[in-house]
Ligand binder design. Structure first.
Ligand code: IDP
Ligand code: MG
Length: 149
């Protein structure tokens, strides 16, 4: 099963969108297999966004994602990487279609509410920054739970 790393950025948490965003992920048919709410350390944020280290917006990006609590998740399911990129919508909310998270809840690139890994290599790298293997539950465990005692 394909895994991707999802973050509800601090603006999403501050605006009370945690439930709305997780609800969209679950309703789409994907499963959350790891989850944490914390203030991301500057070290983790810099490692996470290191591809953008030379960009003019890097300092403000690190300040943004470490400015308050964010929700980190591993989300799992068939084609979860491509599906979550589509669920989030375009990086610049001006171009994000209605029905996407950014298209429904965001106005500007610098406060675009969510992150999703953009490739299998990024997903593997980002998951390893934010989670230990032991913090991720096995996908099949979720379906093993019996609803009756
Ligand atoms: P992505 O989040 O859709 O993968 P990236 O291009 O990888 O988009 O950029 C990472 C994050 O950096 C964006 O989600 C956004 O928060 C921020 N960012 C990207 N470009 C800009 C910019 O031009 N100004 C301010 N922030 C930006
Ligand atoms: Mg990116």
């Amino acid at each position: 099963m394909e895994q991707t790393y999802i973050m509800i950025k601090p603006d999403g948490v501050q605006r009370g969108l945690i439930g709305e965003i997780i609800s969209r992920i679950e309703k789409r048919g994907l499963k959350v297999t790891a989850m944490r709410l914390n203030v991301m350390s500057s070290e983790s944020a810099k490692e996470h966004y290191k591809e953008h280290a030379e960009k003019p917006f890097f300092a403000s990006l690190i300040e943004y994602v470490t400015s308050g609590p964010s929700v980190s998740m591993v989300v799992e399911g068939k084609n979860s990487i491509a599906i979550m990129r589509a669920v989030n919508g375009a990086t610049n909310p001006v171009n994000a279609l209605p029905g996407t998270i950014r298209g429904d809840f965001a106005i500007e690139t610098g406060r675009n509410v969510v992150h999703a890994s953009d490739s299998p290599e990024s997903a593997k790298r980002e998951i390893s920054i934010h989670f230990k293997d032991t913090e991720i539950v096995s996908y099949s465990k979720i379906d093993e739970v019996c609803l009756y005692e």
